[in-house]
Design a protein around this ligand. Sequence first.
Ligand code: F6P
Length: 342
Amino acid sequence: MRIGLLTGGGDCPGLNAVIRAVVRKGEGVYGHELVGFRHGWRGLVENDTVEVTFDTVRGLLPRGGTILGTSRTNPYKQDGGVAAVLATLEREHIHALIAIGGEDTLGVAWKLGDEGVKVVGVPKTIDNDISATDYTFGFDTAVQIASDAIDRLHTTAESHDRVLIVEVMGRHAGWIALHSGLSGGAHVILIPEQPFDVDAVADQLRHRHQHGHSFSIVVVAEGAVPVEGTMTLQAGEVDEFGHVRLGGVGNRLAPELESRTGFETRVVVLGHLLRGGTPTAFDRILATRFGLEAIDAANESDFGKMVALRGTDIIRVPFEAAVGELKTVPPERIAEAEVFFG
Ligand code: F6P
């Protein structure tokens, strides 16, 4: 079989480990031919391919980013986009596709199934917000990087009696903020699932500083929103999947907290640092196991499925279970963290 491979959406540590595993087993064990499409769905719209062979994937396991490149191209938002994808598949004699991506990339993969395209999905996102899988690779790396940063910010915040706001990625779900805030010992964690009241946050900080503490760490997810009517946020550009470019809530929050509390407040935006560089061992293993399962599924012609982690097992789930609804932080997980606030 000739099997196409693509990586779409934001990049993520572990993408190369998936590609490596797919090629090692696909070519090495099953004897399939693998074809890489450059820059996600754009490569299928523009027929932009790259050779991926046993030799191409040497040394890829610890490498961040994706050798295939990525983009947020949505063929359904382009004139003739879907027809171009189908034409490319035919021209390149592609029997099946392995699409590695988040809710947007996998959403396109699911829809293409209705056009007769045979696709297996692999979930990736540092945000960990894809349903039907316990974890996505990239998340553990992002949490580790954010935790290390929070540890470092503790010592400087303490030395200067400051409030430090740490802004992390997390568009719709606060998993990175929650986990890095818990592991880093943050005093306030703000996530998209629970709109925050800036006066209540200021009260929490004041209360903490009245009880023997002279510094605080506030972790805020980029997608966190204030309670309606209390604070305005800046609107950014919108991509082909309708997502606004985020980043900036920390800088909006700082003066609001400083003016209410009188505590000097600084901001660190971790942003793309969380997506760069080498994956943790956990993410390398998860990505590798996802890659192996994805090529097994393609080899068995078990299409329309996404590979997923359930407990310690790698399973296959139908696309609709995975991309129908995002996996957000449930209230009981927020409640756990609240024990350590203030
Ligand atoms: O999709 C994951 C994510 O990391 C979001 O948390 C973030 O909003 C987005 O990517 C940023 O993507 P880009 O680099 O394309 O602006």
